[in-house]
Design a protein around this ligand. Structure first.
Ligand code: NAD
Length: 290
């Protein structure tokens, strides 16, 4: 039986994951802003630091896995864009930076980060905001979102999910993660019936927009179904899963983006592709010498 850290453990999909892990006999350290083993506000640097340290202490320095499900949806509000950037991006990458040695110590650890199908289905998310988040510069990201006015939280949400997913894919394949035996992957849900979605459905205009959004199989997803995917991604079945983004969204991503991926590397990008081949060989040589 393992020890798992789960953020966003008090509600929705995080709570559903906790339920399944506990039922399977694992030890879970839940992190949330209230009603959790570790109570911390992930929208502040202090809160993230406290959460990271308290989990490590409770786990005794070894974590078999982590699920990063704490997050805010794209609801309107004055400080909302900043909160989204802090919780949805820094609330994941800073915690994982701190937990990486404890995950490596478990030797076959698995990490699942909550992304969203907003990463591929939300148009016009500014690349500058994504880049700023990858640089962990929230004020700069907010600066590039200012022109969206009241809609800034929506684009902050899209940018936070793209940034954290890109971070997962870049980090997952490095010696620090893959090389340390840690499998780092993301899950990208569509609209799932959780308190986060209910909050959006409570606003008539938002509800109309959400219900009009193309979902080929129709309706909303169930949190427990998503939790089942997460538990699979924490299991031995995920030993060969690395840097993947698993879309569980009723077909919306396929509806909009069927032709975008998979796609062969175009001739114009061949140089970059060959450079990555070379870098991989160099990395392997360094690994062999170490
Ligand atoms: P939820 O609101 O039910 O749960 C999110 C949890 O995060 C809550 O328990 C909340 O207290 C916690 N949280 C929020 N701000 C926090 C903070 N500052 N500090 C600590 N904890 C904080 O939402 P959910 O739908 O279960 O969402 C889980 C994840 O899935 C989120 O990252 C969300 O963005 C993502 N997601 C949800 C949907 C959906 O339709 N529900 C779709 C795509 C992605």
């Amino acid at each position: 039986m393992g020890t798992y850290a789960v953020t966003g453990s008090a509600s929705g999909m995080g709570a559903a994951v906790v339920g399944r892990l506990v039922a399977d006999g694992h030890t879970v350290i839940g992190v949330d802003i209230e009603e959790a083993d570790v109570v911390a506000d992930l929208s502040t640097p202090d809160g993230r630091h406290t959460a990271a340290a308290a989990v490590l202490e409770r786990a005794g320095g070894v974590l078999d896995g982590a699920v990063l499900a704490a997050g805010l949806g794209p609801a309107p509000g004055p400080d909302r864009a900043r909160l989204i950037a802090e919780v949805n991006h820094l609330g994941i990458v800073e915690l994982l930076d701190a937990w990486r040695p404890a995950l490596a110590a478990a030797e076959r650890a698995k990490v699942v980060v909550f992304s969203s199908n907003a990463t591929t289905t939300m148009p016009m998310v500014p690349r500058r905001a994504v880049r700023a988040l990858l640089e962990r510069d929230v004020p700069k990201a907010l600066g590039s979102l200012r022109r969206f006015g009241r809609m800034a939280p929506t684009f902050a949400y899209g940018a936070s999910k793209i940034a954290v997913t890109e971070w997962v894919r870049r980090a997952a394949v490095t010696p620090e993660w893959a090389g340390a035996g840690i499998r780092l992957n993301a899950i990208a849900p569509g609209a799932i019936r959780t308190p986060l979605l209910e909050q959006q459905l409570a606003t008539p205009a938002e509800a109309k927009r959400i219900r009009a959004f193309p979902v080929p199989i129709g309706g909303f997803g169930d949190p427990d179904q998503l939790a089942a995917w997460v538990v699979l991604m924490l299991s031995d079945a995920a030993d060969f899963l690395c840097g993947s983004v698993v879309f569980v969204d009723g077909g919306s991503d396929a509806w909009f983006r069927a032709g975008d991926w998979p796609r062969a590397v175009p001739a114009l990008r061949l140089r970059g592709y060959l450079r990555r081949m070379k870098e991989f060989r160099a990395q392997r040589r360094v690994g062999a010498r170490a």
